[in-house]
Each structure stands twice: as structure tokens, then as C-alpha cells.
Design a protein around this ligand. Structure first.
Ligand code: SF4
Length: 195
């Protein structure tokens, strides 16, 4: 099959538990949601075969992949995951959680769910929630629904400003009754002007 690829590039993971880790970003085009504050231009794409993707990523001195989007699981991932695993890549994915990843069981090494709407992916290594005027009740319901090892609140950026103080308050509120499980995740790439 051919994948609709928005961009492939090498950089540092900007957010969450793996912040600062060198990864090759494979941004797949398209998304099944359309969040009003989305800051990713995921629409443009070039079609790549799996072989072409493998050729492209082989240019970088890195064995770690981050599948992102858009919503990466909106395209069937089996062929790509098989090829990546055959070359022993470590594979992470960032998903909005609306599509279950159950069928890829064992093929993805690290799952970040960043929920925006209904949930169909109920486990994750990392639950990372963008603070779009969130509240404790909503976060508590997510915490119950999605079994995750790590929990992050990520400030929303509006007009170039991140709502960091508001997000810190939310982290503190959540930690009052959740065993200090929640942490703030700043978007390093935006703070230092990195891709
Ligand atoms: S789910 Fe993510 S990529 Fe899709 S529209 Fe929302 S913020 Fe953008």
C-alpha cells in the first residue's frame, strides 16, 4: 500500500516522558478529528511506499521512530510496523485515542494517548492531555478510563502564549487526590524554536 505522509524529519521529542529523546518523526497525513485549536498542518501529503519510507528514515543516525499526525492510526499501520520491526526500530506513537490500537498489539513500543473526543484506546504508556480549559472531573474520568503509566498535562498555546500557570494549577489540583501522578509537560520544541 501507499501511505499518505505529511513529513519525515529527525529531531528531539518535544513533550512528555520521552522529551529530549532523539527520534525520527513520521508524520502521517490526515486526521479523523478537527480540533479548533489544532496547530499541525497535517493535510498536505506525498504518497510513499513502505520501501520509500524505509529508504528515507535510513538517512538518519537513529533507531527510534515517532509515528504522529494528524492521527497516525487513521491509516492501516501493519505493513509499516512490520517493516520497522524487521529493522529493529523502537516505535512510539502519538494518538488521539479514538481508534483502538489493539490490532497492533506487541508491535508498538510506546503509546501516548492525547485524548480530544471519544475514547477507543484504553491503555497507554502515557496519557497526555492538552489543557483546553480542562477541569478536575474530566481529567479524573480520563484517568479512570485509560490505564496509563504516566500522566501529563500539556499547556495549550493560544496566540503564541502557553497557559502554563493555569496548567500548573490543574496539576496541583489533580495531585491532591491522585497520589502525585500528574506532571506538567512543556512543549520544548516551541520554547526553544526547534522543529
Ligand atoms: S486530534 Fe490532534 S491532529 Fe487531529 S485535529 Fe485534533 S489536535 Fe489536530
Amino acid at each position: 500500500m501507499k501511505y499518505r505522509v505529511n513529513e519525515i524529519f529527525f529531531s528531539l521529542q518535544g513533550e512528555g516522558f520521552n522529551q529530549g529523546k532523539e527520534v525520527i518523526f513520521i508524520r502521517l497525513a490526515g486526521c479523523n478529528l478537527s480540533c479548533v485549536w489544532c496547530d499541525t498542518n497535517y493535510h498536505p501529503y506525498t504518497e510513499y511506499t513502505v520501501e520509500e519510507i524505509m529508504e528515507e528514515i535510513a538517512k538518519y543516525p537513529c533507531q527510534s521512530i515517532l509515528l504522529t499526525g494528524g492521527e497516525p492510526s487513521a491509516q492501516p499501520l501493519n505493513e509499516l510496523l512490520n517493516a520497522l520491526k524487521a529493522k529493529a526500530y523502537w516505535i512510539a506513537i502519538e494518538t488521539n485515542g479514538t481508534i483502538s490500537l489493539e490490532r497492533y498489539n506487541g508491535q508498538i513500543d510506546y503509546i501516548t494517548v492525547s485524548p480530544k473526543k471519544h475514547i477507543n484506546q484504553f491503555y497507554a504508556d502515557e496519557l497526555r492531555v492538552v489543557n483546553d480549559k480542562l477541569n478536575v472531573d474530566y481529567l479524573s474520568s480520563l484517568e479512570t478510563k485509560i490505564q496509563a503509566t504516566d500522566h501529563f498535562i500539556s499547556p495549550l498555546e493560544e496566540n503564541g502564549i502557553m497557559n502554563i500557570e493555569d496548567s500548573m494549577r490543574l496539576v496541583a489540583q489533580m495531585n491532591k487526590h491522585s497520589n502525585n501522578r500528574w506532571r506538567l509537560s512543556l512543549q520544548l520544541h516551541k520554547l526553544i524554536g526547534m522543529r
